[in-house]
Design a protein around this ligand. Sequence first.
Ligand code: CUA
Length: 167
Amino acid sequence: MHLHKYEKIWLVFGIGSLIAFLLILGYGAFWQGTHPQSHGVTIDPNNIEAHEAFQEENLGLTKVDDDKYIVNIVASAFNYDLGKDEEGNPVKHIRIPKGSTVLFQVTTPDVVHGFNVAGTNVNMMVEPGYISSLETVMNKSGEYTIVCNEYCGVGHHLMYATVEVYE
Ligand code: CUA
C-alpha cells in the first residue's frame, strides 16, 4: 500500500496528538490525583440544615483526629460560609497544619458554583441537590485561595476564602 507523503504526516500528527492527550490525562489522574468522586451524594437544597455537616455549628474547620480535618462549606451567591468565629464574624480564613488529611464537603442552596483551592487538586463543581466532597493531603505549606470557577452571577468574583497550610 502506497501512502502519500501528506497522509503519512497527518497520520503521525494524529497518532502523536492522541498519545499526547492520553499522557496529559494520565499525568493529571495518576500524578496529580485529579479524580471524579466515586458516586453522587444528594441533599435537599431547600433544607440543607437538615444535614448534620451543614448545620451552623458544624461549618468550617473541624479537627476529627491527629492530622485529620473536615471542612464543611455552604457555597451561595456570593459567599463561602465557613461558619463564624468567637466574635460572630464570618470566617474567611482557615489554618491547617502541613501534612494533614483534609476532607472538604461543599453544597449549595442556590445555583451551580465552583470550589477550587487554587494550586491543589481540590477543584469541584458544587451543584444544588448534591454534596461535593474530596479528601486530600495538604503537603505543601503556603496560602491558598479558594475560588469559585463556575460563573454564578454578578458577584461571582467576590466568592473567595483562604486556606493557610503552616509548618
Ligand atoms: Cu459562585 Cu461563581
